[in-house]
Design a protein around this ligand. Structure first.
Ligand code: CA
Length: 625
């Protein structure tokens, strides 16, 4: 393994700006002052043609194309561009970097703008025509960016990439470049939002009245970081399954894989422990059944959903796991891996994983996790359930390691979250997964706070927006905007406990008034950003909730969500059959509630109808004094 770092003094010097193709104008423009648009008034129409946007003069920004797009849901102008395009002097491969973006401007605009958060390690512009199609069809202007590097361009207009033929890092290669790290951390969102607002102001003759940022996973991180880093940029924020504490979550990714490694009985082609056989899907189903046996009824309704997740503690779950541990004559038999019991080693690994990573002195390095039935999910390969992150993508043959923690995660840990970056190939004896399996929690973990002269910001700094981690001080944003957060109780990658702890810190910092401007909705059984036999279908209602809150000051006391999981009927004999299938089938609705409130059945009527559920504040969810 080797590291690369630029000599001090040259880091910000000599950075090339790509001049190939298109129009590049370096003239600096001051802020553009236009009257804000008015939502609810007559629709706003452009004051210039779409084609003329291609010749706009914008600082350090190249408009690659501006073209009319005609669709059944409305006509709009699609602007493709790149900000701060340059050839890296720090990257030994001297790849081209820049913040690629797409902005869609409806012919009939309602005055709202939405920026889309990123995902994973970013690396391509996912057109907001898809991810924000509803908003676009309602006349919103919508934009998305690539996080500052193009790994695998989806749109051929972005004809540069930081991918490499020499196997130096794969999708995490950009971690070699200091500016690409910062762009990934927050500059991509900041710059694209600022440029989008300038283009909007020119195109319509007025700027957006309301600006929103919505993202899930890494995009949820973008959103929470914006709340304290860019409090004047957005009026409304929606943060889903936020990786707001991502470098520390990366430590947990390595920790989890190291707890599973001793269970492996074979090696993969890189000479590393082969994890898929350690916890086959059937065994995760058994783990789910054990957790349900301890906690399903705590909320008063045995339905396959643990709504009183804060009461589902080790004190209840450990005995349940013991009861499901294989033993001769035991209630669940003595046949692991396909039977109805877990081996003692599997149970021990689960306990260590759910307790969270520590160093050799017992110091917590991230967070513990909530126990939840969603540890098993019949569609995990599609929706990134717990197993997909930690064990394997279930549908693939178990001959290679496919756990997201060992693919996407391991690359990020080595090359983005560690400073200086440890340049690791995707495959081979020194591969990224080998880095994760050999990660040292005493000597490697502190490197999420490290800086060098070639890398002036630690990963904690550029990923969370401050050198010490996510900030709970949201005073400026509180005066401007509103934020909705949602999360899976047992997300496979970001701890729900960590997010609740953060929310409680925000509440403390805001004098107990977090609910006035920020509300958190926890969702049992949901996989990462959606999916699972859960109340996971709520996007349209969240969109209504955030706009009502921002624009009409109507705070969401609950949000109605539906179960759109179509895997029902669940496998015969499985823990979710008949519980979820009978109580909360596909198409069923329930409210999701703002923490510390939780969803409860009122005792009468259909359990698939949200009308028969209420939001309550149970003693188990009381925040610390
Ligand atoms: Ca229940």
């Amino acid at each position: 393994m080797s590291t690369h770092s630029a000599p001090c003094g040259s880091l910000f010097g000599g950075r090339g700006i790509g001049l190939a193709g298109g129009i590049l104008v370096a003239a600096l423009l001051g802020p553009i002052a236009f009257a804000p648009a008015s939502v609810g008034a007559a629709a706003i129409t452009p004051v210039m043609t779409c084609a003329d946007l291609a010749s706009l003069s914008l600082a350090k920004t190249q408009i690659i194309s501006a073209s009319e797009f005609i669709s059944a849901s409305g006509n709009y102008c699609t602007v493709i561009g790149v900000i701060d395009k340059r050839v890296s002097t720090q990257d030994p491969d001297h790849f081209t970097y820049g913040i690629g973006f797409e902005l869609n401007l409806p012919d009939s605009w309602v005055g709202r703008f939405e920026m889309e958060g990123g995902s994973g390690t970013d690396g391509s512009v996912t057109s907001p025509q898809g991810s924000a199609g509803t908003e676009l069809s309602q006349g919103w202007a919508v934009a998305a960016d690539d996080g500052g590097h193009e790994d695998a361009p989806i749109n051929p207009a972005f004809d540069w990439a930081d991918d490499d033929d020499s196997n130096k890092g794969g999708t995490a290669h950009f971690g070699i470049d200091e500016q690409a790290r910062v762009d990934y951390g927050y500059k991509g969102i900041e710059r694209t939002t600022a440029i989008s607002k300038q283009i909007i102001a020119r195109y319509y003759g007025q700027g957006p009245r309301y600006s929103y940022l919505w993202g899930c996973s890494n995009g949820g991180r973008d959103t929470i970081v914006a709340a304290y880093r860019d409090p004047e940029m957005f009026d409304g924020l929606v943060a889903g399954n936020p990786g707001f504490d991502l470098p520390r979550a990366g430590i947990a990714e390595a920790w989890n894989e190291q707890q599973l490694a001793p269970l492996a009985t074979g090696m993969d082609s890189n000479g590393q422990p082969l994890l898929p056989p350690t916890f086959p899907t059937q065994d995760l189903e058994v783990a789910s059944a054990a957790i349900l046996s301890a906690c399903d009824g705590l909320d008063g309704l045995v339905d396959g959903i643990i709504d009183d997740y804060t009461a589902c503690t080790n004190k209840l779950v450990y005995p349940a796991l013991a009861a499901y541990t294989c033993s001769p004559g035991g209630a669940h038999g003595n046949t692991p891996h396909g039977g109805q019991c877990l081996t003692a080693a599997q149970v021990a690994a689960l306990k260590r994983i759910y307790a969270g990573p520590t160093n050799s002195h017992g110091k917590p390095l991230y967070s513990r996790w909530f126990w939840d039935a969603g540890i098993w999910d019949p569609l995990s390969e599609i929706v990134l359930g717990w197993g997909a992150w930690n064990v394997a993508i279930p549908q693939l043959p178990p001959t290679t390691n496919t756990a997201k923690n060992l693919t996407q995660g391991a690359g990020g840990i080595a090359m983005v979250f560690t400073t200086p970056p440890v340049v690791t190939p995707v495959a081979g004896p020194d591969s990224q997964e080998a880095f994760a399996f050999n990660y040292n929690f005493d000597t490697d973990a502190p490197k999420i706070f490290a800086t060098t002269c070639g890398y002036l910001k630690s990963s904690t700094d550029f990923m969370t927006g401050t050198p010490s981690g996510p900030s709970p001080f949201l005073f400026p944003f509180r005066h401007r905007g509103k934020m909705i957060m949602y999360d899976s109780v047992n997300d496979g990658i970001f701890s729900g406990v960590d997010l609740i702890n953060y929310y409680n810190k925000v509440n403390l910092a805001m004098g107990g008034h977090a609910q006035d401007f920020a509300r958190l909705f926890m969702i049992p059984n949901m996989a990462h950003c959606g999916g699972g036999p859960a109340t996971d279908s709520f996007s349209a209602n969240v969109l209504t909730a955030i706009t009502n809150w921002v624009e009409d000051d109507k705070a969401p006391d609950k949000i109605i969500a539906a179960n759109t999981n179509t895997s029902s009927p669940f496998p015969r004999g499985a823990p979710f059959d008949p519980r979820v299938a009978q109580n909360f089938p596909t198409g069923g609705t329930r409210p999701i509630c703002p923490y510390p409130q939780q969803t409860r059945y009122n005792g009468t009527g259909a359990t698939k109808d949200a009308a028969n559920f209420v939001c309550v504040s149970p003693p188990s969810a009381a925040p610390p004094p």
